[in-house]
Design a protein around this ligand. Sequence first.
Ligand SMILES: NC(=O)c1ccc[n+]([C@@H]2O[C@H](COP(=O)([O-])OP(=O)(O)OC[C@H]3O[C@@H](n4cnc5c(N)ncnc54)[C@H](OP(=O)(O)O)[C@@H]3O)[C@@H](O)[C@H]2O)c1
Length: 306
Amino acid sequence: MRAVAITAESAPPTLIELDRPKPGAGEVLVRVKASSLNGFDVAVANGYLTGMMEHKYPVVLGKDFAGIVEDLGGGVTRFRLGDEVFGVVTESVLSSGSFAEYIVVNESASIYAIPDGTTMSDAGAIGLAGTAALDSIDAAKIEPLDVVLIVGATGGVGSLILQYAVEAKANVIATATPGIAAEFVTDLGAVATVNPEEDLAEQVIRLAPGGVDVIFHLAGDPSRLPLVLSERGRIISTLGYGADKHPLATAIMANPSQVTLAQLAADMAAERIGVAITDTFELDQLPEAITAFPDGTLGKHAINIA
Ligand SMILES: NC(=O)c1ccc[n+]([C@@H]2O[C@H](COP(=O)([O-])OP(=O)(O)OC[C@H]3O[C@@H](n4cnc5c(N)ncnc54)[C@H](OP(=O)(O)O)[C@@H]3O)[C@@H](O)[C@H]2O)c1
């Protein structure tokens, strides 16, 4: 099978041929049809996790997957051949990944049925970003009319948090540079935008003199964010800005449990959230796309695996 992997420490991501994996007891073989790029993949490709997580080379990149169950290991009860499934690769050792034509997943791991009416590409782009968004939203406990600031609203996680926050009847201020990015977040329901290239605190206080009730910190330096909090304000961060750094901050570590995937599936099916896919790559374009990813992302970059 074709896969995009790093074959040794410091090696660049490349398209390679690997043996198709076989499902063991309790595992399913998924023919991967779609995935998406996450910052995590870029971090692995750049060697940032060397020494932090065990690497078993070749390390196939990719966290998100959507595809079709093509083979079953012994004792599998949750899935049948032909089922359409999505999820997130959660193994603690880096080796197997979803930027490949096939992946083996334990049926008790992060895998769930794609709901009727949801496309493979949407299901393949929701896993990790959707989980981070939902876990952040759960932690935020937004109340109607809360003023919410999303720093990093233009990205994969931010664009989903924005939709959940609008649905919770919050007034959302989103970071976005003027033009396409500002239009993108306004279309998703932001009532105002602030330019991340200018003084954020100054712009936010002008828009919300009473302060912001919830700040989602998904990008940039958080050190000045507490300045714009309202009296009952709190900060939710996917970048490790937690209670050890500020008493009103909570750091989120996305946990793609089956309960969370079920919620994401239900929310996609009900069109409560949509995946904002702005670009799609084929497997052989991935090494280049991974290199280009940090240069500016709007929504999700999807991957089609034919
Ligand atoms: N803790 C967890 O479990 C977990 C899970 C998922 C993701 N994450 C992390 O959460 C972050 C967001 O994830 P993501 O998937 O949404 O990433 P993403 O798709 O790369 O989005 C980040 C967005 O933030 C924007 N941005 C960059 N610098 C900014 C700044 N100073 N102020 C405002 N906006 C800025 C980017 O715009 P430009 O590209 O135009 O600069 C981009 O649109 C990433 O760092 C990711 O690694 C953590």
